[in-house]
Design a protein around this ligand. Structure first.
Ligand code: ATR
Length: 293
């Protein structure tokens, strides 16, 4: 797409930082949405090394950049340079969206609301009051468990290859969210366990929503991390992996009659929420999705 002819002294700059950054598909996604909405913005990828992060942030502020997405390895590293941070980002311990305004830099994490939006868009019932199983206990799992807890899920079982990480994640978020009573009295029970825990088959067979946050399902030769026979047809199965669009888990769940949702929706919606924050305009999510494809 050639957008250079549209750039003038009025054009506002948004973008993304990471290292590496050349693989990022965010520029296609955001620039397509900018064109569709006829906005005078441009979204630029910036390769920023770890030791240059402070200079980069100060540079963006000096250059009156409107907003920046943050990807690996900077999601935690940028945090000390922010003037404010959303509660979700604080709980997740990582930011993916910076908004620059009047010398202030606000950090948030749009992965959590992006996940909820993607579920809504797919027609899945809201997590409030429901039992959920999350496979994995890394950064993506943390964002999703924060989203589920803040929206009032009844019980979230976190099952991970490394049991100790699942238990630590459940205990940490339970302490931080439930003890502060941040969810209008909807206390979420958070349980961490290993993938071989005998309680997992029951948790999977009883849950309304099953979420995979591991990269294991990207590889179609990798065995499923849970027994597919545990999955009931009434369960919605969500996989954050978006390549391939139908992962091994989603194929198995679909064959069992489940509603299934792939990871592209979360990718699109986390971007759409950032786009609206910066421009004040709701982007066309179908355009963003098509640009990613
Ligand atoms: P992300 O930020 O994308 O969540 P991460 O923090 O590296 O990435 O976390 C990856 C998660 O996927 C972890 O829960 C990891 O399990 P471990 O904690 O035991 O490492 C899980 N994972 C990745 N590959 C896996 C595999 N082949 N089998 C089981 N779990 C896997």
């Amino acid at each position: 797409m050639d957008i250079s002819h549209q750039i003038t002294g009025h054009t506002k700059v948004i973008g993304v930082i990471g290292s590496p950054i050349s693989h990022s598909r965010s520029p296609q996604m955001h620039n397509a949405a900018i064109s569709k909405a006829c906005l005078d913005y441009v979204y630029v990828p910036f390769h920023v090394e770890v030791d240059a992060i402070k200079d980069a942030i100060n540079g963006f502020r000096a250059l009156d950049v409107v907003g920046i997405n943050v990807t690996i390895p900077h999601k935690q590293l940028v945090m000390p340079f922010l003037t404010s941070i959303s509660r979700e980002a604080e709980l997740i311990g990582a930011v993916n969206t910076l908004t620059f305004s009047d010398g202030e830099i606000h950090g948030e994490n749009t992965d959590a609301p992006g996940f909820i939006k993607a579920m809504e868009e797919a027609g899945a019932s809201p997590p409030k009051g429901k039992d959920v199983v999350v496979i994995g206990a890394g950064g993506s799992a943390r964002a999703i468990v924060v989203a589920l807890t803040l929206t009032g899920a009844k019980k979230v079982t976190i099952a991970n290859r490394t049991e100790a990480k699942a238990i630590a994640l459940a205990e940490d978020l339970s302490d931080k969210i439930n003890k502060n009573n941040e969810t209008d009295g909807n206390i979420t029970q958070l349980i961490g366990m290993g993938l071989t825990d005998a309680r997992l088959s029951y948790a999977v067979s009883e849950c309304t929503l099953l979420v995979n946050t591991t990269s294991a399902t990207m590889d179609n030769t990798h065995p499923l991390l849970i027994d597919e026979n545990w999955i009931q047809s009434s369960t919605t199965v969500y996989d954050i992996v978006y390549t391939p669009p139908m992962t091994t888990l989603l194929i198995a769940a679909s064959n069992r009659g489940c509603a299934v949702v792939g990871g592209i929706g979360m990718l699109v919606h986390q971007g759409a929420i950032a786009f609206e924050r910066w421009t004040g305009v709701k982007p066309c999510v179908d355009t963003m999705r098509a640009a990613l494809a």
